[in-house]
Design a protein around this ligand. Structure first.
Ligand code: NI
Ligand code: MN
Length: 224
């Protein structure tokens, strides 16, 4: 199983056969590791309707045929573009031939570019026997601990940039609540308001929790 960081909140997760893209914001992303045209996809997952998360999902879906999975309101709006979609809601699980995706809560707001209000989510992605928790955009909240207790997390993809989400200090507490074996930080340093000290986050988490923090530069891959 490999996780490639594409910049901002975007990741490519693959078991060697299946390629899952999460929040593929590449066009207009100053930290994008690739262009949207360079990506293949089996499925596209979107945490919420903000443009820095929906990104190039429609173009990639149209080119590759990969369906989009997201919160009902987001999925149905994107479906109006003529692409295939899965439209779960919080607590719901979608089963694919390669694994599952469950929508879990995230504390944030969201409106799409077209003005559709939608509830943001985190994503629990199980692929190749590995469970990845992409927190989406969120503040710190105590029920993150329940997510980790209900489903042991192998890898947590955690926003740390502050301003639009929790900052690195709250994110370090989040890492303690979730208890993932591995934490990969994201949603930082893309734009000035979300600049932060990622190495300080790493040392805080590794001092206070049992989690290992893997800092990926855009384009780098973590394997397990
Ligand atoms: Ni957002
Ligand atoms: Mn965001």
């Amino acid at each position: 199983m490999q996780i490639r960081y594409l910049g901002h909140s975007a990741f490519e997760i693959t078991d060697g056969k299946t390629v899952v893209l999460v929040d593929p914001f590449l066009t207009g992303n100053p930290k994008a590791a690739v262009t949207a045209d360079e990506l293949e996809a089996t499925d596209i997952l979107i945490t919420h309707g903000h443009e820095d998360h929906v990104g190039d999902a429609v173009a990639i879906s149209k080119r590759t045929g990969a369906p989009v999975t997201s919160m009902t309101e987001v999925a149905r709006e994107l479906g109006e573009e003529g692409i295939e979609f899965h439209d779960p809601n919080l607590g719901g699980t979608v089963t694919y031939d390669w694994g599952t995706v469950k929508l879990v809560p995230a504390w944030h707001t969201s409106t799409t570019a077209k003005g559709t209000v939608n509830t943001p989510s985190g994503l629990l992605i199980t692929i190749g026997g590995v469970t990845v928790y992409h927190l989406g955009d969120t503040a710190l909240f105590s029920d993150m601990a329940l997510v980790g207790r209900r489903t042991p997390i192998d890898v947590a993809l955690i926003c740390i940039g502050g301003h639009y989400t929790m900052d690195r200090h709250d994110a370090a507490v989040a890492a303690g609540l979730i208890g993932a074996a591995t934490v990969i930080p994201c949603h930082y340093n893309t734009f000035p308001p979300i600049e932060t000290d990622v190495m300080a986050f790493k040392s805080d988490v590794e001092a206070d929790t049992a989690s290992e923090v893997v800092v990926l530069d855009p384009g780098e891959t973590y394997s397990r």
